[in-house]
Design a protein around this ligand. Structure first.
Ligand SMILES: [Zn+2]
Length: 382
């Protein structure tokens, strides 16, 4: 017989039972919801960044995306394309061997099939030369050179008297953005993407004393001005700007130095830029915690390792820890991890499939680091 609900004692017991039942149900739903949360919700960006392959390796690369990236739940693929594309807006800037629209479409299709966001990168502002040669933009349009007085050496060595690492274009040249915007628009259309990576790393030449437009100007303002201009152009078509984060870190105070940080005061640009830019925070020698700095400044950040698996695993664990422990305001700015490959797709594929290995690398290879990151992400997502 069921007790009468009119009795105060019975009512109390029933209330307690209801409370207990609700608590059990709450625990059950919390547990099942949490345990069923797909990995996609637990680390929003699981990225891979690599130079575009040559045309004759496209099919192999597409297979790699399908067979190796997709099963590891990689969901973001940065393709460093630069001038390895048959631009129609500026055919004079194409590499001699450049990918066709059909080549790019193959990568776009396999990424779409596997729900991978594909993002092209063209180095802007800095990295306008490599070793002793200007890259295509300054080769064709030398008037855009921020430091035309610095001649390209016959044989490049570092360090050198000019402090030449890579050339930059002048962000205040009145004609440079007509070209740059056309390239950005065309490559984003070809990749059918909603984001663009502009590089903007290791900009050593900026606000040069001899530049008639930039001399005497604040380098942080010049850097931020260029970044915001690119960001605004992309925003017109609802596209997001991604960049490498090193110019926004104070290299001296942090001890991170001139590569991973800025020694020419561009770091103060961090307070002058739009907050919807994605920062790719790269550290290859140490598992530095600068992603916290970016998140504290209101910026979204992805941590980027290269070859050191041990550091990369620590960085991955840090990323999960920050997402779990940061304030509700900050936690979603810790977007995830991105493995960076700096050998180009062709050489990487040779390494990955064991066709060519460099014994000097030991265990610290890009392949091992890539596998370590995604094993750790899988382990942390369980
Ligand atoms: Zn200038």
């Amino acid at each position: 017989m069921f007790p009468s609900t009119n009795s105060p004692k019975t009512f109390k017991v029933m209330t307690k039972l209801s409370t207990l039942l609700l608590a059990i149900l709450a625990c059950f739903f919390t547990f099942t919801t949490f345990s069923q949360t797909p990995a996609t919700d637990r680390l929003p960006v699981r990225g891979f960044c690599i130079g575009a392959p040559k045309s004759d390796r496209i099919d192999e690369f597409v297979k790699f995306i399908n067979d190796e990236l997709a099963p590891r739940k990689v969901n973001t693929l940065i393709i460093r394309i630069d001038y390895n594309y048959q631009y129609e807006s500026h055919p004079e800037l194409r590499d001699s061997l450049a990918l066709s629209k059909a080549d790019v479409k193959k990568m776009v299709d396999v990424c779409r099939k596997n729900q991978i966001r594909i993002i092209p990168q063209v180095n802007l502002l800095g990295h306008q030369s490599w070793a002793s040669k200007p890259t295509n933009l300054l080769r064709v349009y030398p008037q855009f050179d921020e430091t035309p007085n610095v001649k390209m050496p016959v044989k490049y060595i570092w360090p050198n008297a000019d402090g030449l690492y890579c050339k930059s274009y002048c962000p205040l040249h009145p004609d440079v953005h007509t070209v740059v915007f056309a390239l950005m628009d065309e490559i984003c259309d070809a990749f059918e993407t909603d984001a663009f990576h502009a590089g903007m790393d290791e900009v050593f030449y900026i606000g040069d004393d001899k530049c008639p437009r930039c001399s005497g100007k604040d380098k942080a303002e010049l850097f931020a001005g260029e970044l915001n201009l690119l960001r605004n152009h992309l925003a017109l078509k609802n596209r997001q700007l991604w960049i490498w984060g090193d110019r926004l870190i104070d290299g001296k105070t942090t001890g991170m130095g001139m590569w991973e940080g800025s020694m020419n005061n561009t770091y103060r640009a961090i307070d002058l830029i739009y907050k919807d830019v994605m920062i790719c925070d790269w550290h290859y020698e140490r598992p530095d915690l600068s992603c916290v700095y970016f998140a504290t400044k209101g910026l979204s950040v992805v941590t980027c390792p290269w070859k050191n698996s041990e550091n990369a695993v620590k960085q991955t664990q840090d990323m999960f820890r920050f997402r779990a422990s940061a304030t509700p305001e900050m936690k979603d700015r810790f977007h995830g991890m991105m493995q960076t490959i700096w050998s180009g797709a062709d050489r990487f594929l040779d390494e990955f499939y064991g066709r060519k290995t460099n014994p000097k690398d030991g265990v610290n290879t890009q392949t091992n680091c890539f596998k370590a990151i995604f094993s750790e992400i899988a382990a942390q997502s369980k």
